[in-house]
Design a protein. Structure first.
Lengths: 314, 461, 276
């Protein structure tokens, strides 16, 4: 979080110096150092992007031929907007993003507020917060699927004991709950991480501010709404964008936990494109749909980059 | 911890002993069949492909027949002794196998041979080696194979691109003890089955009448649906490959299929998420009284390690139910695994020797009658002569002969290259209906989707 | 007065309980997988907490049928190769973008930042087609190349932050002492950003180790990585939870240890751009 902030300030510093070190920097060395990275990025990102952009205008179905077929203009793109499958996946991904971003923020914030005081228990708990994030997504999917099995799942049984009407509930068998459970497996990974970020940001709020408010007779809730939340807003904004991007990329747990079901209620965009390309073997159309995803990501990325780069937002 | 370590070592010892005894069993069997020779199996003499290591893309080595055959063709096997060729069976899970095969067939170079499930094949038959000349040269008697199997293994021009080596008629499994106790007749139609299931559920609390599978998992929720659909004279596609499963007959059959769960409630509500593994486990664990599934499960139901004590030895079988009032013999889906050779393979001739071996009736008979290790026992056999073989039937309580009868009229899924996409539409729609979506409305929508798929593929304008 | 104290104590009590709930939420799935990995096939289908522990599942996953060791080898190989390319190449580029002043510097940085947002599905098809024509499907190199597409931009962006945070004065002093740029870089700058280099190495390792989507498309049998092999641990009755859990532990533990190792930088690392 802090790193980019420092960067601009540090970048401005050399201007104030008498000797300008960058004059000692060798232009030849510059390209030797930068070259490999540019080459690799060009080969691993730019080339495939251009290639699939071209493919998105072709009719290329492996069930007909292994070689690319003729160009068909924007036909692939046009098809997407009347394709129930694509529109459904757009809806699913949208809903999934709402749920997972909302829940992650909510839980993350809650945990951060709870753990912000530096007690021994809190310090210990904070140390644990990094664990779920690093867990392999495939394993996140399997463990939650396992724990929510209506017959022998430990979470399913706990819920059943607390709320008898949910005893034996098929968590992965209903449209909304299946999507919700997939979101949970991801929220489990992300919300502790968010909590850590928020704890960092909370630390930068001067205690005097809240003390003064308390003196004026503000309640805890008022302090939270009027002081804490506004101060956290920029951090919340940026992590929400990050999570949004990651939410639109949901694939692993869908494959593991539901295979897109029940029905097609958890077919996220990623999963849908995967099926178009590698089950229906329709490379042209799959490329077009993936470019629609690029457009969507670009819009979100625009806000993210703008925030990250413009000083006033911070 | 230490104790459990010791315990596990003991277990390992046991496992090793078991493994040894399996090998001994197999070797023993070989001995009985007078140690197969190249002539017994129609293989080439003189080991022309000595040293070739084949890679075979397949799934589910937990299935007994695959487990046995992979041992018979791997390193140090009989097949290797005879031909100098060994085959490595790639054990990938059933879910995802279809995608893996499609991708591999159109692009891959990793494998020499592959086995697939019938309807998947049309999409990649152009990438498979035609086998007709080889079949002719080796005098393989095709009349011995059920026509549904051969159809599924051929392309539209009649080129055979795979040899059937595993195939299943649909049979109905039922709890003999329960039927006897309640004095029930074995149902012959789905309608009777539903009534019988209702009776069982009434009189046997804690047991569901029939186990079903409505989950959208690799098309497994189509198995029983097609039986009902075809039973009622409906079909998935017509002769021009247009969808017709939403016509009156289709709607009626589908409604019945969904009613088992939603109206009559004679199956577990969780079956909306079940695939074949979960669904068969229901009867295996004694939670369901009937199940319509592939015949190879018969061997599983007689394995004491896989089956609950009160179920063991109590599972009977009958041909899959037909349709009340249908004039013709029931047409059920016969699932077949053809094994073929990728055009990309560098070892097509060695791969052909391998395929000949695993599809050979003598080999298949040996495997199907081997019950020395029940965990890999499997009654599956693909040729009629094998299914009617006395020894095979004696080992498997006569189920092979019953299967042969079912297979006479069985049929295969439509052979269209768009099958993967169509299957996607069908399995999702069926799953939605099982979750409460209206049958007629959903079928119409599915038909529209399939219609678009077919038009796009150029089957019609 | 008493009332207020009671209230405060109650509040503290509630806080402790809530914190314990957080610990439960965060750790329980890991603990449960750990327990399941020690259960026998019967206990795993129950919610028993006390059971006769067994190591059978661990011997099974390293046994002849699953042979997880070969998958561990592949995963480690791919992850190490990815790191070995990502870190030096990324650090060199990050240094230039942080220290050198030249036209196009900012747009170049921006471009690198943006590449991180490229959805994997877009690049998957061209890769697939390319590797197919080169016969590179199911090779470790194919995976490494693809993984570079996200580890490299990420490492550059993160390392740039570390370089930026380093005061220029240190390098200036080195220049004054007569060192040229390469010497300065080698003896002064790089040692100082070592923590950043380690962090980026760990992140690159974790993302390669955990990657699922590309591995699903680009591996067949020779280069099956751990996430895929976990998925393959299924039996006739569906997932074999006890063995799957044991394999899960094997996959999880190295990366949990690694993240503990870079704990201090973890949050920063993610925010700097890790969208993966």
């Amino acid at each position: 979080m802090n790193t980019p902030q420092v960067s601009t300030e540090q970048a401005l510093k050399p201007l104030a110096l008498k000797r300008k070190p960058h004059q000692l920097h060798s232009a030849t060395l510059r390209w030797w150092l930068l070259g490999p990275a540019l080459l690799l990025i060009g080969a691993t990102v730019i080339y495939p992007m251009v290639s699939s952009f071209i493919t998105s205008f072709r009719d290329w179905r492996l069930i007909n031929s292994p070689d690319p077929g003729p160009f068909v203009g924007v036909q692939n793109y046009a098809r997407a907007f009347t394709d129930r499958g694509f529109l459904n996946s757009l809806r699913v991904s949208g809903l999934y993003t709402l749920i997972s971003v909302g829940l992650t923020l909510f839980l993350g914030l809650g945990m951060a507020l709870l753990l912000s005081k530096p007690t021994k228990l809190n310090t210990f708990t904070r140390a644990l917060l990094i664990f779920p994030f690093a867990v392999t997504p495939v394993l996140k999917g399997f463990s939650w699927k396992f724990m929510l099995n209506p017959e022998y799942g430990v979470y399913a049984q706990m819920v059943g004991a607390l709320i008898p009407s949910l005893k034996g509930y098929l968590w992965l068998g209903h449209d909304f709950s299946a999507l919700f459970v997939i979101a949970l497996s991801e929220v489990w990974g992300w919300s502790p991480l968010f909590a850590l970020m928020f704890i960092g940001a909370l630390g930068s709020i001067p205690p005097e501010t809240t003390e003064a408010a308390k003196m004026d007779g503000a309640t805890g809730l008022q302090i939270f709404w009027k002081i804490t939340l506004p101060l956290l807003a920029p951090v919340i904004y940026i992590v929400a964008l990050l999570k949004t991007i990651s939410a639109f990329k949901m694939f692993d747990q869908v494959t593991i936990m539901t295979g897109g079901g029940p029905g097609d209620s958890t077919q996220t965009l990623y999963y849908h494109v995967y099926q178009l390309a590698f089950r229906n073997l329709d490379l042209g159309y799959a490329s077009a749909v993936s470019y629609l995803l690029v457009a969507l990501m670009a819009a979100i990325a625009f806000f993210y980059v703008r925030t990250l780069l413009s000083p006033k937002e911070r | 911890m230490k104790k459990s370590g010791q315990y596990s070592w003991q277990k390992w010892g046991l496992a090793a002993t078991l493994a040894l005894s399996v090998t001994a069993g197999v070797v023993g069997m070989t001995g009985v069949t007078a140690q197969g020779t190249v002539t017994t199996y129609g293989l080439k003499a003189g080991k022309p492909y000595n040293g070739t290591k084949l890679r075979f893309l397949i799934c589910c080595l937990g299935a007994g027949q695959f487990a046995q055959l992979s041992k018979l063709t791997g390193e140090g096997s009989e097949f290797q002794q005879l031909t100098g060729i060994s085959a490595q069976w790639e054990d990938s899970p059933y879910g995802g196998l279809q995608e893996k095969i499609l991708i591999e067939a159109t692009t891959g170079t990793t494998y020499d041979a592959v086995a697939w499930v019938d309807a998947w094949g049309e999409a990649f038959k152009q990438y498979m080696l035609p086998l007709n000349d080889r079949i002719k040269a080796d005098n393989i008697n095709l009349k011995d194979y059920p026509s549904a199997y051969l159809q599924a293994a051929s392309d539209k021009d009649g080129n055979i691109v795979g040899m059937p080596f595993r195939g299943h008629p649909l049979v109905m499994f039922y709890r003999k003890d329960v039927f006897k106790e309640l004095k029930l007749q074995v149902p012959k139609t789905w309608q009777e089955l539903i009534r019988t299931a209702g009776t069982i559920q009434q009189k046997k609390p804690g047991m569901t009448g029939v186990s079903m599978m409505y989950g959208a998992v690799s098309g497994q929720n189509l198995f029983n649906w097609t039986s009902m659909l075809w039973g009622n004279g409906g079909d998935i596609l017509d002769a021009n490959n247009r969808p017709i499963f939403n016509n009156a007959r289709g709607v009626k059959a589908t409604q019945t299929y969904i009613d088992v769960l939603r109206k009559y409630k004679v199956t577990s509500p969780a079956s909306t998420t079940y695939g074949e593994p979960e669904s068969s486990t229901e009867i295996l664990q004694g939670r369901a009284a009937m199940w319509v599934g592939w015949w190879w499960y018969w061997a599983r139901f007689s394995d004491p390690k896989a089956t609950a004590a009160d179920v063991l030895g109590n599972v009977g079988f009958a041909p899959a139910p037909g349709w009340a009032g249908a004039d013709k013999a029931p047409k059920t889906y016969a699932l077949v695994w053809p094994a073929g050779i990728f055009k990309n393979s560098k070892n097509p001739d060695a791969a052909w020797e391998f395929i000949k071996y695993i599809s050979n009736t003598e080999v298949q008979k040996k495997v199907a009658s081997n019950r020395s290790d029940l965990s890999v026992a499997d009654n599956t056999i693909v040729t009629f002569s094998g299914m009617r073989d006395a020894k095979v039937n004696a080992a498997n309580a006569g189920i092979p002969a019953v299967g042969a009868e079912v297979l006479k009229t069985a049929r295969t899924l439509p052979r269209v290259k768009t099958w993967a996409e169509i299957q996607g539409v069908l399995e999702v729609g069926i799953n939605q209906m099982s979750n409460g979506a209206d049958v007629k409305v959903t079928l119409d929508r599915m038909a529209k989707d399939v219609d678009e798929v077919q038009k796009r593929a150029g089957y019609y304008k | 007065m008493l009332n207020a104290r009671l209230q405060r104590q109650l509040g503290q009590g509630a806080e402790v309980i809530a914190t314990l709930l957080v610990i439960f939420f965060v750790m329980f799935p890991l603990v449960w997988i750990g327990l399941a990995s020690l259960k026998n096939p019967v206990d795993v289908y129950s919610t028993r907490v006390f059971f006769q522990a067994t190591l059978d599942n661990y011997s099974a996953i390293f046994g002849p049928r699953i042979r997880l060791q070969s998958n561990i080898f592949i995963s480690a190989l791919v992850a190490f190769l990815t790191v070995a390319i990502t870190v030096p190449v990324g650090a060199a580029a990050a240094y230039v973008l942080s220290r050198h002043r030249f036209r196009g510097r900012e747009s170049l940085s921006l471009l690198i930042l943006i590449t991180q947002f490229v959805p994997a599905v877009v690049v998957a098809i061209p890769y697939f087609v390319l590797f197919r024509s080169l016969g590179m499907i199911d090779t470790p190199i194919a995976l490494v190349i693809v993984y570079l597409s996200f580890t490299l931009p990420y490492a550059i962006w993160m390392l740039r932050g570390f370089f930026d945070a380093l005061p220029v004065e240190v390098e200036e002093a080195s220049f004054i002492d007569g060192c040229n740029e390469l010497q300065t870089l080698r003896y002064v700058t790089v040692p100082l950003v070592m923590p950043g280099i380690l962090v980026s190495a760990v992140f690159a390792f974790i993302s390669a180790w955990n990657e699922f989507f590309f591995a699903l498309i680009l591996t067949r049998s020779n280069t099956v990585t751990l996430p895929i092999s976990i998925m393959n641990i299924t039996g006739v009755r569906g997932p074999q939870w006890e063995q799957l859990s044991a394999a899960g532990m094997v996959v999880m533990i190295p990366i949990l240890v690694m993240s503990l190792f870079i704990r201090k930088y973890f949050v920063e690392g993610i925010t700097v751009g890790a969208v993966k």
